[in-house]
Design a protein around this ligand. Structure first.
Ligand SMILES: [Zn+2]
Length: 414
């Protein structure tokens, strides 16, 4: 059975992590910086070594294509992103790009040709930390990224995305040219670390992703009546904090009861916020996630109902406002099946699971069929210098992707 060379892949992962090596720990490789350019130069070097056709688009996405025997067929895209968060790890994103190159190198060494072309992509600015946005590269590919955004978003030094692009030799006015059409692609497959503890707890080295969860952010404002903490009897109070506390408990219980639903209150603001004053207003910020958009919306309705019941009797008011929405996407059943078959063929234990975090694949779902393979993360840690995945797990996942690709890209031995 054909296998990738995991020692070589691990060496490439280590080598790449030197570009943006942060003296405070981990890797800091922001988009449109010298570190990112060096990392790209390294990727180009690896791509050239195995004879890939190299192409960089107007937002800086890098592609290395291994041309198939039938160039009229749509190509298959694999890969991930090269940027990191501040003091991030060396696997998040980089693994998908380097594993893609390793897979194509293995095919080359084994004399395997595919009917469909296969391109490895390194997407620009997935994390979005520098400019408080994100998925720039994949959004440029689908045509979702607007030119205005490049001038609007700035980093902490006041440098806009457009400024950063110009500094690196790109023309922000030409970003629309990065747009690609659906007909060009048969599929996108992304190999990524899990960034969670599910695979570890199930002792599975590899996960097959069923879909990427949708997200709704809700800003809930509950209004009561300000009062003196000492002189206002308990029965006469209109205290929004007590309603907020009940609501948080209600939502937590609801989420526990429904499979896979995640609900978090990550931020609470109390006004006026003095220890001896009954607050007049509370703001709660909910993050709700699930693979089913209906379930997310059902939770929003439940919050409305709960607040109506609590507030109406006390003469208090509330508003529920959705501040951010991202619909869930499903991975293609055909690709899931190909990955499952490959996992069985390679004898790897796997788990089917949704992705709780967003990825480039989520964006590319509007362009082509998507599939994702996860690698177990040690202690579920990511976005940290402690991020780690074992070589054995990486090998298993990359071999699964290799065998799935042999099937999807219609391999023929020459
Ligand atoms: Zn990532």
């Amino acid at each position: 059975m054909i296998k990738i060379n995991v020692q070589r892949l691990m060496k490439h992962i280590k080598d790449l992590s030197k570009f943006g090596h942060d003296p405070n720990g981990g890797v800091t490789r922001f988009p449109f910086t010298a570190e990112e350019r060096e990392a790209k130069r390294y990727i180009v070097h690896l791509m050239k070594q195995i004879g890939l056709e190299i192409y960089e688009d107007e937002i800086g996405n890098l592609f290395g294509k291994r041309v198939g025997t039938d160039s009229a067929l749509p190509s298959i895209l694999i890969g991930s992103h090269l940027d990191t968060v501040k003091n991030g790890g060396m696997f998040d994103g980089a693994l998908g790009v380097l594993a893609g190159i390793e897979i194509l190198q293995t095919m080359m060494e084994q004399g395997i040709q595919t009917r469909h072309s296969i391109s490895v992509a390194a997407f620009t600015d997935e994390e979005g930390v520098r400019f408080s946005t994100g998925m720039l590269g994949s959004r440029a590919l689908t045509g979702e990224l607007q030119e205005e955004e490049l001038f609007q978003y700035k980093d902490e030094n006041g440098i806009s995305i457009a400024d950063g692009m110009v500094q690196c030799g790109y023309n922000p006015k030409l970003v629309h040219r990065a747009r690609r059409c659906s007909k060009e692609f048969k599929a996108f497959l992304e190999l990524h670390i899990e960034q969670g503890k599910v695979l570890e707890s199930e002792q599975a080295p590899v996960g097959i992703v069923t879909g990427i969860v949708g997200v709704k952010w809700l800003k809930v404002t509950i209004r009561g009546e300000e009062g003196h903490a000492g002189t206002t009897p308990m029965a006469m109070r209109k205290d929004p904090v007590t309603v907020a506390a009940r609501l948080i408990d209600f939502v937590e219980q609801k989420a526990q009861q429904s499979d896979g639903l995640r609900a978090t209150v990550g931020s609470i603001r109390v006004f006026p916020g003095s220890i001896n004053v009954i607050p007049r207003e509370v703001e709660l910020f909910f993050d709700i996630r699930h693979l089913s958009w209906e379930l997310i919306c059902q939770m929003e309705d439940d919050i409305q109902m709960f607040l109506s019941a609590c507030c109406n009797t006390k003469g208090m008011t509330f508003t529920v406002e959705a501040t951010h929405e991202l619909k869930p996407v499903s991975c293609s059943p055909v690709l899931i099946e190909a990955i499952r078959t490959a996992a069985k063929r390679t004898g790897t234990k796997f788990l089917m699971l949704p992705s709780g975090a967003a990825h480039d694949a989520m964006i590319l779902a509007s362009l082509t069929k998507i599939g994702m393979v996860f690698v177990r993360s040690k202690d579920g840690i990511s976005h940290s210098p402690l991020e780690w995945s074992d070589a054995d797990d990486i090998e298993a996942a990359a071999n699964i992707l290799l065998h799935a690709l042999l099937d999807i890209a219609e391999a023929e031995k020459i």
